[in-house]
Design a protein around this ligand. Structure first.
Ligand code: SF4
Ligand code: SF4
Length: 277
């Protein structure tokens, strides 16, 4: 079994406790307007638009398919900047064993792994096989998810994972649909489920400029659910990496400090483990 891996960061200290290896899977069922890595959303359709733009000859075409050579790539990301399909040609198809070989080398320096994306649960069978092997290395396992699949029926997966970082983008279904192209019903079900089984490592909400009514509604709802059980990360919207459509939609480059303060005060009223990044 192989999975499309967008990238692996060997060491990160912002994706869960301790130093962690973070594995980014390709593809996501959401199309978030504020996505910071929109090149993880779709699979490459081999339109070849990026091939000639690569100055390092890392991209070529074989049988009408774009082929990526990581040895020649200088990571300039020109290919990603010219892609209008929210995709990347820099995908490596890896087996569980490929990842485990890498993790064995990193093990002395890391506390655990975090699987992210894109949406990692798009590859849930692969995750199950990967996590079984990661457990043997005695590494902590976190899953960063948009909560789009019903985690309460994924018993095997949930038995293996130590915690989930759940994005709660909005509790207003109409607004969630505008932001992501999907309903928030399943996300909210997952919030309840993860709290009930004590597997919610953290909930996260992006605070958006010019949408304070929606920000406050979500922060109020989520912080009341979390109480003291999990941490709540409030993320200031920043336009860096966001698609043109998103930048136009949110208008401002970031959310102002007064609005952030108001959101944090509400969050701290109920969940004293709330913070801003
Ligand atoms: S990465 Fe984007 S631009 Fe490049 S071939 Fe694939 S779809 Fe086309
Ligand atoms: S990031 Fe893309 S454009 Fe840049 S060298 Fe690598 S494959 Fe080529």
């Amino acid at each position: 079994m192989l999975a499309p891996i967008n990238k692996i960061i060997n060491f990160s200290n912002v994706d869960g406790p301790g130093n962690r290896c973070v594995i980014f899977f390709q593809s996501c069922p959401f199309k978030c307007l504020y996505c910071h890595n929109p090149e993880t959303i779709n699979y490459c359709n081999h339109c070849q638009k990026c091939v000639d733009k690569c100055m390092s000859s890392a991209l070529s075409v074989v049988d009408n398919k774009v082929v990526y050579d990581s040895n020649k790539c200088i990571n300039c990301d020109t290919c990603i900047s010219v892609c209008d399909n929210f995709a990347s040609p820099k995908i490596n198809y890896m087996s569980v064993n490929d990842i485990i070989v890498k993790l064995i080398k990193l093990k002395p320096f890391i506390k655990g792994i975090t699987v992210s994306g894109g949406e990692c649960t798009n590859h849930k069978q692969f995750l199950i096989e990967l996590f079984k092997e990661v457990k043997k290395l005695d590494l902590h396992i976190l899953m960063d998810s948009n909560g789009n699949i019903d985690l309460s029926i994924e018993e095997e997966l949930m038995d293996l994972v130590d915690g989930v970082m759940l994005d709660v983008k909005s509790v207003d279904d109409k607004f969630h649909y505008i932001l992501t192209s999907k309903s928030c019903d399943m996300v909210l079900n997952n919030l309840d489920y993860l709290l009930s089984v004590d597997k919610l490592y953290e909930a996260r909400t992006v605070l958006l400029p010019n949408f304070m009514v929606e920000n406050l509604k979500t922060v109020n709802y989520v912080s009341k659910k979390l109480l003291l059980k999990s941490q709540y990360k409030l993320i200031k919207y920043r336009k860096y990496g966001v698609s043109e459509k998103g930048v136009d939609f949110f208008k401002d480059d970031t959310i102002n400090d007064e609005d952030v303060k108001e959101c944090l005060e509400i969050a701290l009223k109920y969940c004293n483990n709330s913070f801003i990044v």
